[in-house]
Design a protein around this ligand. Structure first.
Ligand code: SF4
Length: 100
């Protein structure tokens, strides 16, 4: 593979990866303050059985990999439900233990 072709392939691969990963960008705290709260009646929330209050203290949004709310916040952003904030004490079927 010549050098130009290799550069093009690298740039193409970067672009292909950047587009889907861009969807994973989590709203920052400033944006989150303006976002509406996710309702358990929301069709997407219902499909994942989201609740504001988890029955299992070890499986709450605050301990989920997809949650990015501040440690002391009652509500925060979740990658699974963009444009909304979820309850730190909530949970859904997509819960995944936060790394670290
Ligand atoms: S994926 Fe589910 S459990 Fe995890 S933060 Fe979002 S709503 Fe909460």
């Amino acid at each position: 593979m010549n050098r130009q072709r290799r550069r093009f392939s690298g740039a193409f691969a970067t672009g292909v990866l950047a587009v889907p990963l861009g969807g994973l960008i989590v709203p920052c705290a400033t944006w989150a303050a303006d976002l509406p709260k996710l309702s358990p009646d929301d069709p997407a929330a219902k499909s994942l059985m989201y609740v504001h209050e988890s029955a299992d203290a070890d499986r709450r949004c605050s301990g989920c990999q997809f949650y990015s709310g501040a440690a002391d916040a009652d509500w925060g952003p979740c990658v699974i439900f963009p444009e909304k904030v979820v309850s730190a004490r909530g949970a859904c079927n997509s819960w995944y233990k936060k790394a670290g």
